[in-house]
Design a protein around this ligand. Sequence first.
Ligand SMILES: [Zn+2]
Length: 233
Amino acid sequence: MDRDIRNIVILTGAGISAESGLATFRGPDGLWEGHRVEDVCTPVALARNPALVHRFYDERRAKLGGVKPNPAHEALAALDAAWPGELLLVTQNVDDLHERAGAKRLIHMHGELRSALCAACGKAVSWTASLPPETACTGCGKSRLRPDIVFFGEMPYEMDAIDDAIRRADLFVSIGTSGAVYPAAGFVQTARHVGARTLELNLDPSAGSFYFDESRMGPASVLVPQLVRELLA
Ligand SMILES: [Zn+2]
C-alpha cells in the first residue's frame, strides 16, 4: 500500500464464501440451489408460498453447520482485531462465516440466515433451528416470523452507517463480488468521490472492474491473506 491508510471499508460477496463450499447466490444457471431467485427471495414469494420460502432458508441455515470459515475470512478477522484505525466489514453474504472467524466490526447488509425477523413487531432474534411459518414471535406472540433476509425490493440494512464509513475511508476494498450491481457499484463510486483508494479482489475480471484503481484476480483464500499482510506490515 503506497499511501497513508487509516480508515478501511471492505465489502465482501458470494465469492469469499464459495471457497467454504456455500453456493453462490446466483450460479451459472441463474439459479440459487435449483430455485429461481424470484421464487424464494421476494416479498411476493413469501406471501404466496411461505412453506417453500421458509423451507429454502431452513436448508441454507442447516448447511451452515457443515461449513467453516476459510483463510480469507480468518485473515479479515485478524485485520479487524489488529487494525488501529476505523474498519468496517460490510458483507452481502447471509452466512455467519465472518463472525465465526472472529470478525467484530461487521454489517450484514442483506440480513442473516441465523436470525428470524417478526414481520408484525420488527423484533429480530437469533435463530439456529428450522423456522416453520406458524412459529410464534417471542415479542408479540404473532405467527409472523420470517427469515431475516433482505429480499429483492427491500431496503438493505444500515445503509446510512455504511455510507458514513465509506465517506471517511482511505481505502475501499471489494472482495468476491461483481461490484457492478447496486448498491455495491454505488459504494465504490462514493469511495472514489471522497478520494479513497479502491481495490478489487475477484476470481475473474468483473463488469465493475473499471471503477477500481486496482484489480487483483485470483482466489480470495490467497489474495485476502496477502492483502492483510501488506496492510499490517
Ligand atoms: Zn413480533
